[in-house]
Write a protein that binds this ligand. Structure first.
Ligand SMILES: Cc1cc2nc3c(=O)[nH]c(=O)nc-3n(C[C@H](O)[C@H](O)[C@H](O)COP(=O)(O)OP(=O)(O)OC[C@H]3O[C@@H](n4cnc5c(N)ncnc54)[C@H](O)[C@@H]3O)c2cc1C
Length: 383
């Protein structure tokens, strides 16, 4: 049965959900306060890694794997690349359980990966200094997604395919019965629909303080880009993969010099709590100095490299890193979608497919995405 669905939030989760609902034959209106993957949204960064390494969390390896062809298809029809298949290298000081579990899941799913010794990594990727590293896993199929461009391309395609896009700030839905009939924009304009999806990223707790509230904790994250030495092509994606230094779970990660935008570095540790509207978007000296110290250890060829850009963003963390994709406990036509927890972007296509199917009741609910499993005490388990 064709229904009218309003999807609020045009980040990666909302955009892919709107796409899948439209493909399933529904009339879909996508609404965003500012625009798809805007500067303050979590999807608004330049690039995001996609990888299959998730330790024993097979569910996320599978989702990343199943999302990849959808990203590739979108990229193939876009004017500029959305996906750079430069591979991803995870490396470890020793044979940790995360590595063993990752390899087991890859084997079970038939996902190609190469286990490399330190000397093999050093020969193949000489731009890294692998001191204190023993082993790595290289995933040749994965790489970097051009995040902002990808979401904007997807929304443009959604509109071309007949989807509706409205720019406006949706106000907190007032007290309702068992169903929500309409939302209201701050301009006063009402938007009615049969069903609603709220994919609000770090703003989800704000619209649903009683239901979501502290179940999603928003933290400040900083990303830095450095210019490689002039004429040195070893930091380009043809030579250098995306990477993550597992560092006993306190991960640093980054991307090669994608499209000349600089070599990317970030620390995956949760920063202080942040408000997505008011947090100071100037990079901090503390975070920059930490990255420069790390860079000095791992990338001697970037010694003294000039900082060319920085992004201050936020993670919207669920209590353990699992996504939230579940119905509002009192409004049975409202799906809450979020908790990307610093690793959600790559899964956008499959999150959208699952959310669309969940909304229409055509999929068995995954307990890990339920509201009931989202605690208020935060202890990250998904890496
Ligand atoms: C620094 C950083 C690095 C990351 N690295 C990776 C990575 O390498 N790989 C990976 O897979 N993931 C990564 N992530 C995580 C990933 O980017 C997020 O999980 C994902 O982008 C979340 O998307 P979203 O659609 O839930 O939220 P958002 O992109 O924030 O979208 C929410 C949208 O809702 C809209 N909205 C909110 N309130 C309202 C309202 N009241 N009315 C109308 N619209 C509203 C906002 O304007 C916004 O556009 C990273 C995140 C950060 C911050």
């Amino acid at each position: 049965m064709t229904e009218h669905v309003a999807v609020v939030g045009a980040g990666v989760f909302g955009a892919w959900t709107a796409h899948h609902l439209l493909q399933a034959g529904h009339a879909v209106t996508l609404i965003d306060a500012v625009g798809p993957a805007h500067n303050q949204a979590s999807s608004g960064g330049e690039s995001r890694l996609t990888r299959g390494a998730y330790g024993s969390d097979e569910i996320y390896t599978r989702m990343a794997m199943d999302s990849l062809p959808q990203w590739r298809a979108l990229s193939a029809e876009a004017g500029l690349p959305l996906f750079h298949p430069c591979g991803v290298l995870f490396f470890f000081p020793g044979e940790e359980s995360y590595l063993r579990d990752t390899l087991e899941v890859h084997r079970d799913l038939g996902l190609p990966s190469e286990v490399l010794s330190r000397s093999e990594m050093a020969a193949r990727f000489p731009m890294f200094d692998f001191s204190e590293i023993e082993i790595g896993v290289f995933e040749p199929r994965f790489g970097a997604l051009m995040a902002r461009r990808a979401v904007q391309t997807l929304v443009e395609r959604f509109v071309r395919a007949g989807g509706g896009y409205v720019q406006g700030l949706v106000e907190t839905p007032g007290p309702a019965g068992a169903r929500l009939a309409q939302v209201r924009l701050s301009s006063g304009e009402p938007i009615s629909a049969d069903r609603f999806v709220f994919a609000l990223g770090p703003w989800l707790p704000r619209l649903f303080p009683d239901v979501v509230g502290s179940r999603i904790r928003v933290t400040r994250q900083e990303v830095f880009y450095f210019a490689p030495p002039a004429g040195d092509r070893s930091f380009e994606p043809a030579a250098m993969p995306c990477w993550a230094d597992f560092n006993h779970g306190d991960m640093f990660y980054g991307c090669p010099d994608l499209e000349g935008r600089g070599v990317k570095f970030a620390h995956d540790r949760h920063g202080p709590e942040a408000d997505p509207d008011t947090q100071d978007r100037r990079p901090s000296d503390a975070a920059l100095n930490e990255i420069i110290a790390f860079r000095g250890r791992r990338f001697p060829g970037l010694l003294g490299a000039v900082l060319t850009a920085a992004e201050v963003c936020q993670y919207e963390n669920s209590s353990n890193g699992d996504f939230l994709i579940d119905f509002h406990p009192r409004l049975d036509n409202v799906l809450l979608l979020g908790g990307g927890s610093g690793h959600g972007f790559k899964h956008g296509p499959e999150v959208g497919r699952y959310a669309a199917a969940r909304l229409t009741g055509s999929i068995t609910p995954e307990p890990r995405f339920s509201l009931a499993t989202k605690g208020k005490t935060h202890h990250r388990e998904v890496h």
